[in-house]
Structure formats: structure tokens, C-alpha cells
Design a protein around this ligand. Structure first.
Ligand code: HEM
Length: 497
């Protein structure tokens, strides 16, 4: 609703021609933290210039929900950038594709294929459990030998293999050269895109774009060769009767849409080229591996800082699942403390603190503020999740805040909580990611107790922000963990303190 005075301009950071609000944006803190601080001076919603683009920063949940939900369609656009165009063949993917009939249709097909593939999530569950099993086998060896272990590559491989099984029906062993190659190019892409999307946003970073662009093109071409190979293999032995993986499901969905001859649908599906299917799989790797791995690393980092939380989850697992079988998705309802811990990790360390920028597709408003067509909107999830008016002691890690007063059921204590976004652009992998987080953590904690080896200091909870600017995360993960076998039941004193 607009005020009686009519829509006004949001408060604006000082801007100079060409460099935009560059000088006001200098900060030793990562952008999401700095944007939260700027509220003190400019209010919760304010605008600034990034280069020649007008950008609105939203730091509170009512405005965030107006953008994502109430006016979701108006704000469903995405900016085009040099790097995302290279990465996605000019936006033929879902995450960076601008809002259009083709995009809508594309997203619907992929969503359908993910559900269809799941078939009650049974096969996705099987895939994740197979990876959890092999992860636990590695930990078991370390525990038996009493050796400290670097968990980071193990988690990355487990999460990558889930995505590989899901998309291609194939997995990799430790040290497989194709797998190492994939990790290498993924890292290259994450690093350059993170930097460039920031070049676009934060012009002071423009000092290093060109070497990066070259690296990005190299990584993308390696990725594309691999994707093309998998796609060709799938097309060669495609059958309407068997569906081995997501790629089969996509090919099938595309075919059946094309055969469904209503003029309207086929016009849209003509827009859905092979490029779109390839870029979809690229998206799932791009959006699905780094994010989930990082959340797992944060979860484990918090668990070793808060051994009482780890113990509490283990006691819950001992009493609800026991030691004779492995946890499964159907146990989720009876493990509220583990679920609350996952929610709290996603709150306190959101992996995508600024979501992906949205773009206003027409003249509109946010609250009382006028917003012109083409304006970029950044939702600062960091501000929402650390808002002092909404969360008691927001800096404190406290899974209990997501439990009801009896501690028996889950709640969401504030509407200022959107770890996967919301609305038309909500994370497409939310369900998959939650299954992975639940299964990996429950399998590990049922069997093992994690700690830093004696003499090692606890890892930082701040997160590193230096090398690749967009990753506040995970780099602070300790290099070595001591893995001890978890003794359930009467021998609980072994992991008790
Ligand atoms: C988008 C969070 C895992 C696929 C997003 C967005 C967030 C997010 C915040 C942006 C929403 C917006 O721009 O408004 C997360 C978190 C994850 C996770 C916290 C892990 C814990 C995954 C996985 C997949 C995935 C496993 C794989 C299927 C996507 C896609 C988009 C997206 C395709 C773009 C959606 C669009 O633009 O329409 N995610 N994500 N994500 N995510 Fe995830």
C-alpha cells in the first residue's frame, strides 16, 4: 500500500557518476554484514548505485516477502552479467534465466522431473544413503586407526556423488581423474562467478576481471564437454520404459511436451532446446554441490564447538533409531532436535546471504518506496536472520529456539527466516538439500563423535572471506578431525563429558 503522500524514493547512498556508490561501500566486512550495518544510517530499505545500475537493498522480512511473494512475479527477473552469460549460454538455465514463458515452462519441467524421479523420494533416499554409507566407511577406518582425518574432501565427494547419481546415474571413487577434473572446474567456476557477480555489484573489484574471464571460459568448456558426453550417451540408449536418472526424466518430459500438440505448449517447448537441458544439469551441479557441502561443514564446525548439542542429537538418535539400523527419511518426524539443529545452522550461517539478485520487471513499489523497472533488488538474508527485533540473541547458536516449549516438536519462532528464499524463485533443490543434510548428519552422528585432535584449537566461527569473495564459508573448517566411535546406550559415558 502506498502512503497518502504517494510513493517516495528510498533513502539513497551518496553516488558519484561512473563509480556509483563505490566510496560508501568500502568496508573490511563482507557485503552482507556491511549492508546490515548501513541500516543504521539509511534505514532498513535503501538504494545505491552499483556502477550504472540502481540497486535496492532489503534488510527486513516484510519488505522481503513483498518482493518474493506478494509481488513475486513483478520481481522475478534476473540481471544479465558477462559471466553468467558465459556460464549459462545466455541465460538458458533456471537460476540466471530471466523471467519468461520459456523459463516458467523450463522450471516446471525440471521440478516435475525431480519429483517424478523421486517417486515418493525412495530412489533419492537410496542414492543419499549409499553415499552416507561410503562416507561412514571412510570415517570408520580413521576411527579404528585412531588417526585424525580431513573431512572436507570426503563431504565434497559425498555431495557431488549424490548429484552425479541423480543426474547421470554414475558415481566416482576417491581419486578418479574425471572426478578430480570436475572438482577443479567447479571450483574455478564458483570462484570466478562469485567474483564477477560482485564485479557487477561492487565496482571496486574491477581490477581483476580479465584473467578471471579467461579461467571461467576454460572451466566452462571442460564442464560442457563432460555434460555433452553424458547427454549424448543418454540420448543413444534412451528408452521410454526405463528412467535411470534426472537426465532421462528431462529428455522424456521434453519429448512428451513436444508431442502434446496444443499450440501454446508446443510453442513454448520449441524454446526448450538441448542447451536448456544441458544448462539445467549444469545448474544443479552449480547450485547443489557447493551450497550443501558448505552447510554440512558449518554444521560440523558448530557441533565441535558445542559438544552438548552433538551429545543431545546422539541421545535422540540412540533412543529413537537405536544402533541396529541406519536412520532413514521416515525418522525425520521423531528427531526434532536434529532438525532444529539443521534449521539453526541455516539461520545463523545462510549459504546464500544475498540470495541471487532479483530485477523489477515493471514500475512498482516496495512498502512506500517507488521502484522503477529494471531496478535490481538484493534481499539481505543475513539481516533477516540476525534481526535483533525478531531473534533473541541472534549471534548465539541455539537449536532450542526452533523447538516448542516442551522440546518435543518443531516451530519457526519468527517470520524472518527464509534460508531457501520464497515464491517463484524459491530454491529448486530445497527438498533434496534437506534430505541430504538430515541423512548425512544422522548417519555420521549415529556412529561417530567428532572433535578436533588434542592440541588443535577450535576452528573459527567467523568464516573466511578473503580468497574468494563470495564464500564467507567453510574455509574455516578445521583440516583434521578426530573421529571416535560413538557408543550408544549404557556406555554413554564414552562420549559424555
Ligand atoms: C536458488 C538456497 C541447495 C538448486 C536458491 C536460492 C537460495 C538457495 C537462497 C535463491 C533464491 C532467490 O534468488 O530468491 C539453497 C541452500 C541449499 C541449496 C541453502 C543447501 C542447503 C540446492 C540444491 C539444488 C539447488 C541441492 C539442486 C537441485 C537451486 C536452483 C536455484 C536455487 C536451480 C535457482 C532458482 C530460480 O532462480 O528459479 N537456492 N540451495 N539448490 N537453488 Fe538452491
Amino acid at each position: 500500500k502506498m502512503s497518502r503522500r504517494g510513493p517516495q524514493e528510498p533513502p539513497h547512498l551518496p553516488a558519484l557518476p561512473v563509480i556509483g556508490s563505490l566510496l560508501s561501500l568500502r568496508s573490511p566486512h563482507p557485503p552482507h554484514v556491511h549492508f546490515k550495518e548501513l541500516q543504521q544510517k539509511y534505514g532498513q530499505t535503501y538504494s545505491l548505485m552499483m556502477g550504472s545500475h540502481s540497486v535496492i537493498i532489503v534488510n527486513q522480512h516484510t519488505h522481503a516477502k513483498e518482493v518474493l511473494l506478494k509481488k513475486g512475479k513483478t520481481f522475478a527477473g534476473r540481471p544479465r552479467t558477462v559471466t553468467t552469460d558465459i556460464l549459462t549460454r545466455d541465460g538458458k538455465d533456471i537460476a540466471f534465466g530471466d523471467y519468461s514463458a520459456t523459463w516458467r515452462f523450463h522450471r516446471k519441467i525440471v521440478h516435475g522431473a525431480l519429483c517424478m524421479f523421486g517417486e515418493g523420494s525412495a530412489s533419492i533416499e537410496k542414492i543419499i544413503c549409499a553415499e552416507a554409507q561410503s562416507l561412514c566407511a571412510v570415517l570408520s577406518e580413521a576411527a579404528a586407526a585412531g588417526l585424525a582425518l580431513d573431512l572436507s574432501p570426503e563431504l565434497t565427494r559425498a555431495v557431488t556423488n549424490v548429484v552425479c547419481s541423480l543426474c547421470f546415474n554414475s558415481t566416482y571413487c576417491r581419486g578418479d581423474p574425471e572426478f578430480e577434473g570436475m572438482l577443479h572446474y567447479s571450483q574455478g567456476i564458483v570462484d570466478t562467478v562469485a567474483k564477477d557477480s560482485l564485479v557487477d555489484i561492487f565496482p571496486w573489484l574491477q581490477i581483476f576481471p580479465n584473467a578471471n574471464l579467461h579461467l571461467l571460459k576454460q572451466c566452462v568448456s571442460v564442464r560442457d564437454k563432460l555434460l555433452q558426453k553424458k547427454y549424448d550417451e543418454h540420448k543413444a540408449d534412451y528408452s521410454d520404459h526405463v528412467q535411470r536418472d534426472l537426465l532421462d526424466a528431462l529428455v522424456r518430459a521434453k519429448r512428451s511436451a513436444e508431442n502434446n500438440n496444443t499450440a501454446e505448449i508446443s510453442a513454448e517447448s520449441v524454446g526448450l532446446s538441448e542447451d536448456h537441458l544441458l544448462m539445467t544439469v549444469g545448474d544443479i551441479f552449480g547450485a547443489g554441490v557447493e551450497t550443501t557441502t558448505t552447510v554440512l561443514k558449518w554444521a560440523i564446525t558448530y557441533l565441535i564447538h558445542y559438544p552438548q548439542v552433538q551429545r543431545c542429537i546422539q541421545e535422540e538418535l540412540d533412543s529413537k533409531v537405536g544402533g541396529d539400523r541406519s536412520p532413514q527419511l521416515s525418522d525425520r518426524g521423531s528427531l526434532p532436535y536434529l532438525e532444529a539443529t539443521i534449521r539453526e545452522v541455516l539461520r545463523i550461517r545462510p549459504v546464500a546471504p544475498l540470495l541471487i539478485p532479483h530485477v523489477a520487471l515493471s514500475d512498482t513499489s516496495i512498502g512506500d518506496f517507488a521502484v522503477r523497472k529494471g531496478t535490481r533488488v538484493i534481499i539481505n538474508l543475513w539481516s533477516l536472520h540476525h534481526d535483533e527485533r525478531e531473534w533473541r540473541n541472534p549471534e548465539l547458536f541455539d537449536p532450542g529456539r526452533f523447538l516448542n516449549s516442551e522440546g518435543t516438536g518443531l516451530t519457526i519462532p519468527s517470520p524472518s527466516y527464509l534460508p531457501f528464499g520464497a515464491g517463484l524463485r524459491v530454491c529448486l533443490g530445497e527438498a533434496l538439500a534437506k534430505m541430504e543434510l538430515f541423512l548425512f548428519l544422522s548417519w555420521i552422528l549415529q556412529r561417530f563423535t567428532l572433535s578436533v585432535p588434542p592440541g588443535h584449537s577450535l576452528p573459527s566461527l567467523e568464516g573466511k572471506f578473503a580468497s574468494s569473495v563470495n564464500r564467507q564459508l567453510g574455509d574455516s573448517m578445521p583440516r583434521s578431525f578426530l573421529v571416535k566411535k560413538h557408543q550408544s546406550g549404557s556406555k554413554k559415558s564414552n562420549h559424555g563429558g
